[in-house]
Write a protein that binds this ligand. Structure first.
Ligand code: PLP
Length: 382
């Protein structure tokens, strides 16, 4: 089976990730921060080592500002529910994932906050920034924006949007689920207040691990309360990070596996990985552009304007039917709305969904050729 659904989660995982998960299960099965004995200290050391790796990778200011979560959804919920207060207003892009849309919708239904959706104009960053600027009002407390669309690959001008937010004294939260590991993220240079990452996509970690990176911003109230191994006599959560946002026993295999993923990316180089994947996406785009009945939704992909993800449809065919056909012919892709309904509304694909292709560092030109053959066979047979 050729796996081209790496925007859902990367597969296969690098050998070093499997080794690190294995090592954690064999050697770090004590509870870090919960005991003075050697096994607990060894587990705590392993966790700290990954915290340090993450800090260096994203240029965070300290290990304390690296919070381990269960995934990007958890990180985004933590920021949205832990920072926003009654009466706050939020501006998001039209390409956001349900991990942003649903918590905001829920808070708005409860009458707590309001939010506006700024339309992204593909190929015109100035227009996108103007849409954000026009949506800001006196109650706007935060801008939340995906770095790159998990459906269409479109990159958003997040550095400029962060500067726009700060010029109004507004916080900026980056959803880096689709970009971490393929696009550079530098907290020190770019100044995002919060960065939310999935550990299991471009960072090549296992499922069930994510990151919330803090970079100043406003304090965050914990999403859940519980044991931290610190200040145990106090019924209030500690007021220092990472403990404040890390209740309960940590996912040590996930954390160690993520550490393996970050080492792997560090050795390969983020830019080299991105160039490799983008070369495959360009090859796919070129070939699909020359094929009858293919509908493409974005301009020619290029790393300056997009991440290596591509959506298409076949005229007259439902995206689910195409993906089922591809699955039967040995190619795994995802169809439908990809948890991003407003992104599809803005591209006019909300009824049909799209077929999404997302390569990884392990995808080859041969894989793309087999996909193209299968697509052409579908077209001839339907
Ligand atoms: N945000 C975007 C843009 C995503 O693509 C995803 C998942 O793929 C998420 C958030 C949620 O990430 P997770 O699966 O780690 O919760």
């Amino acid at each position: 089976m050729i796996y081209l659904d790496n925007a859902a989660t990367t597969s296969p995982k690098p050998e070093i990730v499997i080794k690190e998960v294995n090592r954690a299960l064999r050697h770090y099965s004590a509870n870090p921060g919960r005991g003075g004995h050697s096994p607990s200290l060894a587990a705590a050391k392993a966790v700290f080592q990954t915290r340090s790796l993450v800090k260096d990778f994203f240029h965070a200011s300290s290990e304390e500002n690296v919070i381990f979560t269960s995934g990007c959804t958890h990180s985004l919920n933590t920021v949205i529910k832990g920072v926003l207060k009654q009466g706050d207003h939020v501006v998001i892009s039209s390409l956001e994932h349900n991990a942003v849309l649903r918590p905001l919708y829920q808070l708005s239904q409860q009458g707590k906050i309001r939010y506006s959706i700024a339309k992204v104009t593909v190929g015109d960053d100035d227009a996108t920034i103007d849409a954000f600027r026009s949506a800001i009002n006196q109650h706007t407390r935060m801008l939340i924006c995906t770095h790159a669309s998990n459906v269409f690959g479109v990159r958003l001008p997040v550095e400029r949007l962060c500067a726009l937010a700060h010029s109004y004294g507004i916080l900026f939260c980056l959803d880096a689920a689709q970009s971490a590991g393929v696009l550079d993220i530098d907290l020190a240079a770019d100044g995002y207040d919060y960065v939310c990452c999935a550990g299991h996509k471009g960072l090549y970690g296992p499922a069930g691990i994510g990151l919330l990176l803090l970079n100043g911003g406003a304090p965050i109230a914990p999403l859940i309360e519980g044991g931290t191994g610190s200040e145990s006599a106090n019924l209030l959560m500690p007021d220092f990070y990472p403990d404040r946002l890390e209740s309960g026993t940590l996912n040590i295999p996930g954390i160690c596996g993520l550490g393996g993923g970050i080492r792997f990316i560090g050795q390969r180089g983020v830019n080299k990985i991105a160039e490799h994947e983008m070369r495959l996406i360009r090859m796919l785009y070129r070939n699909l552009s020359d094929t009858d009945r293919i509908l493409l939704y974005t301009p020619q992909p290029d790393l300056s304007v997009s991440a290596p993800v591509l959506s298409f449809n076949i005229e007259g065919a439902d995206s689910e039917t195409v993906s089922e056909y591809l699955n039967r012919h040995g190619v795994a892709v995802r169809a439908g709305l990809h948890c991003a309904p407003t992104a599809h509304e803005s591209m006019g694909t909300v009824d049909s969904g799209t077929v999404r292709i997302a390569p990884s560092v392990f995808t080859t030109e041969h894989d793309i050729r087999l996909l193209l053959n299968a697509v052409k066979n579908f077209i001839h047979s339907s």
